[in-house]
Design a protein around this ligand. Structure first.
Ligand SMILES: [Zn+2]
Length: 583
């Protein structure tokens, strides 16, 4: 029996809130009790109607401590539940709107399903499901918290439309069922937390998708369907011409968000990459493909030869924010800015060359490669400026906890975090610091010795790195990788310049760090006509002393060239007056 009429829902809610206290307790929902371990879905896309119709089977595992008689299934509020069956029999379910910013509409259609029998902890239940509706451009969740329309739509660009379809999954559009507590964009980091919990639960899940279209006229070219899954069969122009049915598989979801695009794409094909472009951007696609080929040797030198071919697909909105799903990058090709192209290409190729199930390694290195690329193109300062942009993203995250609790130290550490700002931007800075500390060759050797299948513990890669250098790095990994000790805050406490018998100047500098994370940081002593830079290790909540020899009287000392993320950089310059020099 289906219980879907709005009147019934109203009565139900009214009843529960006022009278049926016993029932409320029995009915108290643990929305995150079940992990969805597998999806096997047939997805019918009807671009002309902007419609999506899905049917298929999902498997839910009870990961809570108690038996569960009720399961929660959530899809975008623009979709409606049609049927839910368990063990071949229709299940009772109540469908209700559920406010949550995990979906672009800011709302979910939530089915509360009564299971035929309680599912014991660690046991599973299979459900046959069907739902349908439209997916149109909708940025309600962003505009209602005050994001200007343009910015909101370049962020939430998902839609099915007659000319172009691109839809991302959890965190953008719940086009496949999920189950999370409500996410609220107006609360800092709340959406990231909810999404992080969902992705962590789903990391080992698998997804099989079979795309289905209404039969096409015999003279029509079928659209190209792409998705980010690892294994694809006939995804491009697959199936028969009149009735294409591409398939897409994610054997293990990991942290990727399933997404699909459907468009009349043209193709620029090279050994390392396939670029799918909209008709107006064919030239840009060729340039993109050529840029990728040229970048392969640089990536191979750092991260090994790319192991698989990467794919880039065009987005119709020239202002759309790029998005990656597995080995597929979605990005507008209209912005043929060679610098942005280079950054995107480098990121993709790094993924193709080096893969890890740990996001701080997988994504961190792909972003680190971008900084390396900029340094090679335009010098170290350009790379530092680029990292500074990323630093803004995670500095705010780091500042939120003034006195980190010990569980935060562990949960927000790079090895555990589900926060993208940390495992992307902060990890990039950590890789850069490691490279500055041990040098290019040692880091390349450590990375070359990495084997994804042997990475069973968080300390596996840190040990490979330690093996390549006589420097002790344990404290560094503890401050930045195993735990989140926040950021350092350096300050030159004092500087004593003295002229020596040999007519050079020796400056004794004391550097303080009031932050809890230590770092090896560059210190530059400037003088008329030049400067000398040395590196100094300043542990967390400590001082360190360094002596720098220079040919002329010092004028200024600068701690940190921007390569070490710091919570306060306004106190990094120390002026020395001519009279300060001891004779
Ligand atoms: Zn990536």
């Amino acid at each position: 029996m289906k219980l879907r009429s709005p009147r019934f829902v109203f009565i139900l809610v009214f009843c529960f809130s006022l009278f049926c206290l016993a029932a409320v307790n029995a009915f108290s929902l643990d929305r995150e009790a079940f992990t969805f371990t597998s999806y096997d879905l047939t997805v019918r896309v009807e671009p002309e109607q902007q419609r999506l119709g899905v049917r298929g089977k999902i498997t839910l595992r009870n990961d809570s401590q108690t038996p569960q008689k009720t399961a929660v299934l959530q899809i975008s509020s623009s979709l409606d539940w049609r049927s839910i069956m368990a063990s071949g029999k229709p299940s009772q379910f109540v469908s209700q709107p559920y406010t949550s910013d995990i979906d672009h509409t800011g709302m979910l259609s939530e089915a509360i399903v009564t299971l035929p029998e309680a599912v014991a902890p660690k046991s599973t239940v299979d459900l046959d499901i069907a739902y349908e509706g439209v997916i149109v451009l909708d940025a309600t969740r962003l505009t209602r918290v005050g994001t200007p329309d343009d910015a909101a739509h370049s962020s939430d660009w998902d839609q099915i439309s007659p000319t172009f379809t691109a839809v991302r999954g959890a965190g953008y559009v719940a086009w496949y069922p999920i189950a999370t507590e409500a996410a609220d964009l107006s609360e800092a980091n709340n959406l990231f937390d909810v999404l992080g919990r969902w992705k962590t639960r789903e990391a080992a899940a698998s997804m099989k998708l079979s795309f289905d279209y209404a039969p096409l006229p015999s003279d029509a070219s079928p659209p190209v369907t792409l998705c980010g899954g690892d294994e694809k069969q006939g995804v491009t122009r697959g199936g028969s011409l009149v009735n294409p049915s591409p398939r897409c598989t994610y054997p293990i979801l990991g942290f990727s968000v399933p997404a699909f695009v459907v468009a009349a794409y043209g193709v620029a094909d090279r050994p390392a990459i396939t670029v799918y472009s909209l008709p107006a951007n064919l030239t840009a696609a060729e340039a993109y493909a050529d840029a990728t080929e040229k970048t392969v040797p640089f990536i191979a030198d750092w991260f090994g030869t790319p192991q698989k071919k990467v794919e880039t697909a065009d987005l119709a909105d020239p202002n759309a924010a790029p998005f990656e799903s597995g080995s597929l990058l979605l990005t507008p090709l209209t912005r043929a800015d060679p610098k942005l192209t280079g950054l995107a290409v480098v990121h993709q190729l790094t993924h193709a060359a080096f893969s890890s199930s740990r996001p701080w390694i997988d994504e961190g290195l792909a972003h680190f490669a971008q900084a390396l690329y900029l340094e090679r193109q335009s010098g170290r300062q350009t790379a530092l400026d680029y990292m500074a942009l990323h630093r803004a993203a995670f500095s705010s995250t780091e500042k939120q906890t003034t006195a980190p609790r010990s569980e935060d130290e562990v949960n927000r550490s790079l090895v555990n975090t589900t926060d993208e700002n940390l495992y992307r931007s902060k990890a990039m800075c950590v890789w850069w610091m490691l490279r500055d500390m041990i040098g290019d060759q040692a880091l390349k050797k450590a990375l070359a010795s990495y084997r994804r299948e042997q990475d069973k513990e968080p300390s596996y890669l840190p040990r490979l790195i330690q093996a390549q250098t006589p420097k002790d790095l344990e404290w560094f990994f503890d401050d930045w990788v195993y735990r989140d000790h926040g950021l350092p805050d350096f300050k030159v406490e004092s500087a004593f310049p003295r002229k020596t018998m040999t007519d050079v100047y020796l400056v004794t500098v004391t550097v303080g760090n009031v932050g809890a994370a230590g770092a090896e940081v560059p210190l530059t002593v400037k003088f008329a006509g030049g400067e000398v830079t040395q590196r100094i290790v300043v542990r967390g909540k400590s001082n360190a002393v360094i002596r720098v020899e220079i040919p002329k009287p010092p004028s200024e000392i600068v701690i940190n060239d921007g390569s070490v993320p710091e919570s306060d950089t306004t106190n990094n310059i120390f002026k020395i007056q001519a009279g300060d020099v001891a004779k």
